[in-house]
Design a protein around this ligand. Sequence first.
Ligand code: LLP
Length: 420
Amino acid sequence: MNYPFQYRQGRLFCEDVDLQKISSSLETPFYIYSKEEIKHSCRLIREGGEGYDFKPYYALKANFNPALLKIILNEGFGADIVSGGELYFAQRAGFKADSIVFAGVGKTEAELRQAVEAGIASINVESAAELYLLSRVAAELRRKVSVAIRINPDIDAKTHEYISTGLHSNKFGVDAETAFQLYRQAHADPWIEPDGIHMHIGSQIENEQPFVDAARFLLSFIDRLKAAGIEINTVDLGGGIGINYENPFARPQQARSFTRSILSSYLQVFAGRRLKLYLEVGRSVIGSAGVLISRVIYTKKTPVKNFTIIDAAMNNLIRPSLYKARHPIVPLVQSEAGRWTTDVVGPVCETGDFMAREMEMPELHEGDFIAIGGAGAYGQSQASFYNLRPLVAEYLVEGDHIKKISPALSPVELAERFEW
Ligand code: LLP
């Protein structure tokens, strides 16, 4: 399938929707998603799991818009959650409790209670203290809970330090020795069924090696547990498969993610084993399916730099500011103008508020529209009201049809939550 964000006669389309045409009549900035691209990504992941006892779980943290959740649910995915809020959204979108897994280092008693009462597929325990609390909650509620211990393999995923999670210096999971003790303890607990194991080593991982190393580590640990009389049936492999943030608009035919190659190497390590494999995937499901549309407010030339000042800012898409992430930026109408090197910045009062630095692109002008690509994951879900800027609207495209899937939330509406 061709990438649905493509130029036709010099104008960027999302499926059959002319983005320039709609942007002139909508309030910018806004997020817009392609339904076809979401389905395509889901298909890629399902195909990657063919031949295995495999189930993918969508990580709501990447994007929790209910309209998108329902598409992913219909593609046969479960839900991977990290809070009581995400459990609520997952259930309300229609995910069945037995298709929900729950990870996170700091689950509160109330969240554990909510998860045990719902009867979710697995609670992925990340510390001795959490196992202790969960055991108490399960006993009180007289409900047996399926548990996986999250093991931290001390493997470097070679990604940005803020989103690497599989090193002993990271807060996530427990080391193998501790995990072994916790399994013994859980095994002896009448309310805990420790039949799974969990691992997640980081996000935006761009090659298979860390995954393969981690999988081998898991298998030898599972064998060690078996020797001690503890049988593991389910391996939750976490997520982390990266997407290709290099300009996808410019080369639509090529692979846009590393999903296929990474998944095939990762799963191959488990070939021939009778294990249920779970994969938690966020970015590789929704990342390439969304763009952030923004309008140029001003341009400014200084003796040392050029600035393209746009109406989207770090409160809408924080990834460039937070991880120095590079997102492709293209004009909605291909421009004949000369190219220049410019910083693309937002209106927020921070030097760290940029979408791109020293980017070579056409010299744009006030009123021109741009698309910031690869913004479907960790875009709107990490947005804030910083500088009292609105949360922006989201739209979903299906063919030539466009639907608003969340309205903007303005500072005026926010104001109503306060006493004045
Ligand atoms: N499972 C667990 C336990 C996780 O912590 C995460 C992501 C995922 C699955 C999904 O990972 P994915 O397939 O999306 O890589 N805000 C950052 C990414 C943070 C990822 C946090 N955990 C960013 O914008 O790059």
